[in-house]
Ligand binder design. Structure first.
Ligand SMILES: Cc1cc2nc3c(=O)[nH]c(=O)nc-3n(C[C@H](O)[C@H](O)[C@H](O)COP(=O)(O)OP(=O)(O)OC[C@H]3O[C@@H](n4cnc5c(N)ncnc54)[C@H](O)[C@@H]3O)c2cc1C
Length: 532
């Protein structure tokens, strides 16, 4: 069963290797196990539902609790310490577009607020109930998940928006196709959620980000339906898909989406190389991006992330051998790990691998083969399970991400990491912060940062630690001209920094759009744009 207060299936465990325990105790400090609230106890504390009865809506406390929070660190803190105090008044799980229309009509008649819900994997508070005097209804789209249509000649497939990654891929694979959208939350996140948050998959370099994959679809809004035909391209004025991409449930409910699919690749390989240091790695991946090498993934870890990855791998003997080998080839303490993937026909894969290795070697890299890359690929969706284990060991883990032009990326990433590593110095708490470049473009790249710190004794103090770190890093991002999110979206956690990149007029335009589609302010209030 899906964990109600952690990541993923409760059948999947991710034990920490012994070396990782002592590493964390060394760099952050020893810790005691983190708290875990009791599900039944919390269910008993749920306030009475404010919703009038409706056959499409359940007010069962367990279901309401399971839909009350996503996966942000504040969500974890509220769920694990048991301090959660806001819940939807009910949950609907519509099976058809007709039922979604009925739910929107019900909400308009009764003044109920609607929270569209995909897989609940948001890490920025997208699906959290706001403080509100009106009843709140979460609309879980998980039952609208069929493959409605497939146009193989045009390589287009239309799915119900509630389909989760594995089901979408399985249905396409049966016909010899893939969407190729693999966010790390793949197991649980949905097509509708990807569109509504402008998500990016790990192999977006080859398959494209969700905005490249989303060809059209249907969004049911409080004032009518918006149908977006899947044109290959259009010059008929501004592209209306852009309003839906990143709309975060504010305009309506996406019920179906037509996506651009690709044939399953003939071959795909993941490779690993080590650079002598971060700066040489950054130059190399920039050249790969700007030379337009047809790679499907580039993931360059900084030194601290490289060290941490190798320790978490748990293969102590093999890792010792690897260090020895790399030392013999002139790579020391500052080395940085790059995973790159090549996808396509056998000829393209061979040629691209050769070209990528030529660029890497020009910058001092040592190639260590496919073994590590393929291991990384195998475990890429299970890594988030470590969050459960780390919490049990008393450590909080959070991530943040942004993107910069190449010219400002080195200074910006250094400033962000410094803001985190030194963020709790005054209370003598240490923070382990590390980063990787996760997506590359010709003009710049995204930086994905992970940071760990010790849980405090209370939820309040733990949240205060997180707030200080999040604010310091977000200020550093904005000060260096980065975007407040490259792939996670705005939700509530990024709202304070949105003005820095959208400007006053830009924010007004977004608010006006929300008002147009949702005049009564019933759609996911408080997210993306302030107010209703
Ligand atoms: C461990 C982990 C790893 C992650 N890795 C990545 C990653 O690699 N790349 C990435 O981009 N993100 C990643 N994320 C973030 C998250 O998975 C994405 O934001 C994802 O797109 C959310 O999809 P969801 O279906 O879970 O949406 P939810 O979390 O349920 O909802 C997110 C937002 O979308 C809206 N929404 C959902 N469905 C609909 C719909 N049908 N119609 C209208 N609005 C809708 C909701 O109202 C809400 O505002 C990760 C999260 C976790 C926890």
């Amino acid at each position: 069963m899906k964990r109600w207060n952690g990541w993923g299936s409760d059948k999947v465990k991710a034990p920490l290797p012994k070396a990782a325990h002592s590493y964390l105790a060394d760099v952050i400090g020893p810790s005691k196990s983190g708290p875990t609230a009791n599900f039944d106890g919390l269910c008993r504390r749920l306030p009475k539902s404010r919703l009038p009865k409706n056959p499409l809506i359940s007010t069962e406390p367990g279901l309401r609790l399971r839909h009350a929070r996503g996966q942000s660190l504040p969500d974890w803190i509220a769920l694990r310490f048991g301090t959660i105090d806001r819940f939807p008044d009910g949950v609907a799980q519509p099976s058809s577009e007709e039922e979604v229309v009925k739910l929107i009509a019900f909400a308009r008649e009764t003044g109920t607020r609607l929270i569209p819900y995909g897989g609940g994997t948001s890490v920025v508070g997208h699906i959290n109930p706001p403080e509100d005097n009106q009843p709140l209804l979460t609309v879980n789209m998980g039952r609208i998940r069929s493959l409605f249509d497939m146009d193989e000649l045009s390589r287009l497939a239309t799915f119900g928006a509630g389909v989760i990654g594995p089901h979408l891929e399985a249905q396409l694979r049966a016909h010899g196709y893939t969407l190729g959208h693999f966010p790390q939350s793949f197991e649980y996140s949905t097509l509708g959620g990807w569109i509504a948050t402008l998500s990016s998959g790990q192999q977006a370099l080859y398959y494209g980000r969700i905005e490249d994959l989303f060809a059209g679809g249907r969004i049911l809004t409080p004032v009518g339906n918006l149908d977006l035909p899947p044109f290959p391209a259009t010059a008929a004025g501004p592209d209306l898909r852009e309003m839906v991409l990143g709309s975060e449930g504010r305009l309506g409910i996406i019920t179906r989406a037509t996506v651009r699919i690709s044939p399953l690749p003939q071959r795909e390989n993941f490779h690993a190389v080590f650079f002598p240091d971060w700066s040489q790695g950054v130059v190399a991946v920039r050249e790969m991006a700007q030379e337009r090498l047809p790679l499907s993934m580039i993931r360059l870890s900084n030194t601290v992330e490289t060290v941490t990855t190798l320790i978490l791998a748990g293969q102590e003997r093999l890792v010792r051998l690897l260090h020895r080998l790399l030392r013999a080839r002139g790579l020391g303490e500052d080395k940085c790990l790059l995973f790159f993937a090549v996808t396509g026909s056998s000829g393209v894969v061979r040629r691209t691998r050769r070209l990528a290795l030529e660029v890497a070697r020009d910058h001092g890299a040592v190639y260590v083969g496919r073994g590590m890359g393929n291991e990384w690929r195998k475990s890429r969706f299970t890594t988030p399970y470590l969050r459960n284990t780390l919490w049990d060991c008393g450590y909080a883990v959070d991530t943040l991400e942004t993107a910069f032009p190449w010219s400002s990326l080195p200074a910006a990433s250094e400033a962000i990491l410094k803001s985190l590593s030194e963020g709790l110095n005054d209370i003598s708490e240490r923070v382990l912060a590390f980063a990787h470049i996760s997506h590359v473009y010709r003009s710049g790249a995204s930086i994905y940062v992970t940071y760990l710190f010790r849980l405090a004794k209370t939820a309040e103090d733990t949240l205060a630690r997180w707030k200080r770190l999040k604010e310091a890093a977000s200020e550093a991002i904005v000060a260096h001209g980065g975007t407040i999110s490259h792939q996670h979206g705005v939700g509530i956690d990024h709202l304070p920094w949105l003005k820095a990149e959208k400007g006053e007029l830009g924010l007004r335009a977004l608010a006006t759009l929300a008002k147009l589609f949702d005049p009564d302010g019933i759609m996911n209030p408080g997210k993306l744009v302030k107010g209703e």
